[in-house]
Design a protein around this ligand. Sequence first.
Ligand code: SF4
Length: 353
Amino acid sequence: MNQKYFILTYGCQMNKADSERIAGKLESDGFVKAKNSGEADFIVLNSCVVRQAAEDSVFGFAKKAQALREIKPDIKIVVTGCLVGVESDRPKRISLPQLRKKLPWVNDFWPIGKVGLEVSPKREAKKNALVPISSGCNNFCTYCVVPYTRGQEKSRCPEEIICEIETLVKNGAEEVLLLGQNVNSYGKDLKPPKSFAELLEAVHSIGKIKKIKFLTAHPKDMSDKLIKTIAELPKIDRYLHFPIQSGDDEILRKMNRGYTVKDYQKLVEKIRTRIPGVEIGTDLIVGFPGETREQFENTVKVIKEIKFDNAFIAMYSPRQGTPAANFADDVPQTEKRRRHKILLELLRKQKLK
Ligand code: SF4
């Protein structure tokens, strides 16, 4: 009888895309999907460390693991994802012996990329497909672990991406979500270099594709050429998500975001003028180290001015191994919660309008 696997995925769409490839690999090795973890012989925890809550979920699995082992002593549990990191960068954040010590109930740790992009993914959704176009990030925002867990930005070659999408379309996909930590810096590392706009044009020309989405775009890499391409290609979704993170220049500088509030506002204006009907979404962090009430009020002001269509708000928590983890985390938790609530309420009111 075939052994059964179960994958628990935490965090972002990138992890979901990785899990689809892990499922593809396990099925080609003869495993079949279990309905739940209790039925499985092989469990993969695809971890996330971007937020504390996600990181805690993996550590919190210890009890469940113990209970599962009592019923099935041979069960294998593997951890992969950002907690483990990519092979080359792993020791920079947390070493394998440290991880083994912290998670003694885990049988094995798989670095990100152990199951490579050449593996055919096993997809749950037929019509919507996640397609990774790059991995890693070179931006080094001071609060973010991604450059340490997923390493340097590496773009997939366009031919491989197009070939994957053509196969998806043949199998019934109508919508693709192009994924990368920073999609709009795609292709700079290719030889010869390619631009994200060129990739969008190539994907757009695939006959049966009905909609193209992408995540996440960085404001500093939103070129005029890219805006023009989006405006001209009707199948590209009219919802654009690019994180502002803060509405205060000093905080943005400390975050190493590479733009000012003015730059961001000008960009929004340009996009709204050139792409009629566009909706804009963003991400925000409240309570970054040293954020004063006045600096927070600057964020409130910017939100009132820009009127986002959608926003994800996070309370800052230090991530081990990042530069910001060395800054004093001096905004009290109660104050972070207060700021979070104010922004949520403001965004809710704007949405209702
Ligand atoms: S752009 Fe900044 S926040 Fe986004 S993945 Fe890269 S380092 Fe992290």
